[in-house]
Each structure stands twice: as structure tokens, then as C-alpha cells.
Design a protein around this ligand. Structure first.
Ligand code: CP
Length: 304
């Protein structure tokens, strides 16, 4: 049995297979409409979500399966003090596969160690969000026809943004990747990403504060929101929250074929006027999230 806890749990070859399967699902959805007949997905979400939970549920329903679960800690027995380990042991007898989101780093890993069914990390604190990474990779692969040989700008809250941490881990395995890390001083990537992931693997990267300085060189601009829920005080969040706002005017500095991605939800960091620009693909990205989660469910159930 395999789980997906970190984006590195799949080899590059396995990822390629998964992305190809997701592409085929997009083109031929009817071929997969009964692939999970009689099977159940549990979504155990201890933190708020729109895209991840609902795209997982849409994915399982598209495959002919059924769904069950909870969407907040308050509506589960976590509110009475039940541990993640006990919860997953119980869920293992109710469902065939489980997606879990939890505010504590490592919670999905703990769940997988006690689970009788495949566990998918749907976000653990500020740590990792591997299915967002699969979504991001599918978006880039589908729209650029490659995953290597490009300059990726990551902009915003690079300290707490778990989607950024997961994406860096995943992309360094492809050749010719350069990163431009764009953030205010206080929200720079954690040291372990800079030292143990980027420097250790000789990945070229620069760190900048001004988005305008980075824009002309980028093939991909990955915007992120400032993660309000991870700040210790409101004052710091308010000071940081509008540090970056991507406008139509700033986009004049970017390449014609640059793609703008964002894991969403958006707050203020991309002006709504940018939504009509053909380079803005963040809503399409959310759609790719369904295909890639369908491919993931099929793959993990096949390996069970
Ligand atoms: N991108 C993402 O994880 O969105 P949700 O928090 O809405 O699931």
C-alpha cells in the first residue's frame, strides 16, 4: 500500500505516468466514469478548504465512487479530544482511501502509520501540500508541454506557504530549473529549503523583494497569498498582506507567454483586472486539480 504524504513519495517516472493519466482523464472522462464503482473516499478536513476538499470529492464522484467525511475539527470527535491515529483506524473500516488536512505538520504522516487504507496529505500546517503540487505540475505540463528548462518566480509568503515548499521539492528534480524567490525579508523561504533543498542540490536561485525586478525573466509566476492563519499576531499580518499586488500595468514587464499560477484562494495579491489576461491560468489550474486527483485516487487504489 502506498500513501502520498510528500511530493517526493513518487519518483519522476511515477509522476510522469500520473500526469499522463490525468491528461487522458481530461480528454476521455467517460472512460473513467465507473472506475471506482462501489469504492469510498473519506475527506477528513480539520482546516478550512474549498478547492482541495471539493475537488477530491468531485474526483471520486466523477470516478463513480462515493464520499464521506467532515469539513472541520469542530464537527468531528477531534472536538472531544480524539487523536488523528484513532480517527484514521476507524475511518479505515468505513472507506477505501482517505484525504486528510490538518493544521499540525506531520499529521498526515502519523495518520498513514496507523491506517489500513491509502492516506493522502491534503495539507499539513505550513509544511507540505503535495496534491496542490500535482495540480501545479499538471498545469505547467499541460500548458507549457514541459516541466524543465524554465525560470519560476515564487512570490509572496514563501515562509508559511506550504504550496511553495512542496513545489520547490518537486521541481528541483527536473533539468534546467531556476527559481526567483520574491518576498519581503520577513517572509523568505525557511532556511531548510534554502540550505538543504536548493543549495545542497546546486539549484540556481535568487532572492528579491521587488516583483517588478523579477518579472521580465520569468516563464512562470506563482503568486501566493499571505497566510493569515499562520501569523502569531494580527499586526504583522496587516503590515504584510498587501505587500504584493499584481496589476495589469506590472504585467507589461512580463513575457507574452509567461503563465500566472496561484493555488488560490486569492485575497488582494492579484488584481481582478488581471483575470482576463490570457496568461492568467489560476482558475484553469483549479480545474486541473480535479483531473490530477482522479488520477491519484486511481493510482493509489491500484497499488493497494
Ligand atoms: N489551494 C488550496 O489548497 O485551496 P483550499 O484551501 O481552498 O483547499
Amino acid at each position: 500500500m502506498r500513501h502520498l504524504i510528500s511530493p517526493l513519495d513518487f519518483s519522476v517516472d511515477e509522476l510522469d505516468e500520473l500526469l499522463k493519466l490525468a491528461n487522458d482523464i481530461e480528454k476521455n472522462p467517460k472512460n473513467y466514469a465507473h472506475a471506482c464503482d462501489g469504492l469510498k473516499l473519506a475527506t477528513c478536513f480539520y482546516e478550512p478548504s474549498t478547492r482541495t476538499r471539493l475537488s477530491f470529492e468531485a474526483a471520486m464522484l466523477n470516478l463513480g465512487g462515493s464520499i464521506l467525511g467532515f469539513s472541520s475539527a469542530d464537527s468531528s470527535s477531534a472536538a472531544k479530544g480524539e487523536s488523528v491515529s484513532d480517527t484514521i483506524r476507524v475511518i479505515s473500516s468505513y472507506a477505501d482511501i482517505c484525504a486528510i488536512r490538518h493544521p499540525k505538520e506531520g499529521a498526515a504522516l502519523v495518520a498513514s502509520s496507523k491506517s489500513g487504507i491509502p492516506v493522502i496529505n491534503a495539507g499539513d500546517g505550513g509544511h507540505q501540500h503535495p496534491t496542490q503540487t500535482l495540480t501545479d505540475l499538471l498545469t505547467i505540463y499541460s500548458l507549457k508541454n514541459r516541466l524543465g528548462n524554465m525560470t519560476i518566480g515564487l512570490c509572496g509568503d514563501l515562509k508559511f506557504g506550504r504550496t511553495v515548499h512542496s513545489l520547490i521539492h518537486a521541481l528541483i528534480r527536473y533539468p534546467g530549473i531556476k527559481f526567483v524567490l520574491i518576498s519581503p525579508e520577513e517572509l523568505r523561504v525557511p532556511d531548510y529549503i534554502r540550505e538543504d533543498v536548493l543549495k545542497k542540490n546546486n539549484i540556481p536561485f535568487t532572492e528579491l523583494e521587488r516583483l517588478e525586478d523579477a518579472l521580465p525573466d520569468l516563464d512562470i509566476l506563482y503568486m501566493t497569498r499571505v497566510q493569515k492563519e499562520r501569523f502569531f499576531n494580527e499586526e504583522d499580518y496587516v503590515r504584510m498582506k498587501d505587500f504584493y499586488i499584481l496589476t495589469k500595468e506590472k504585467l507589461n514587464l512580463a513575457k507574452e507567454d509567461m503563465l500566472i499560477l496561484h493555488p488560490l484562494p486569492r485575497v488582494n495579491e492579484i488584481s481582478v483586472e488581471v483575470d482576463d489576461d490570457p496568461r492568467a491560468v489560476y482558475f484553469k489550474q483549479a480545474q486541473y486539480g480535479v483531473y490530477v486527483r482522479m488520477a491519484l485516487i486511481l493510482t493509489l487504489l491500484k497499488w493497494r
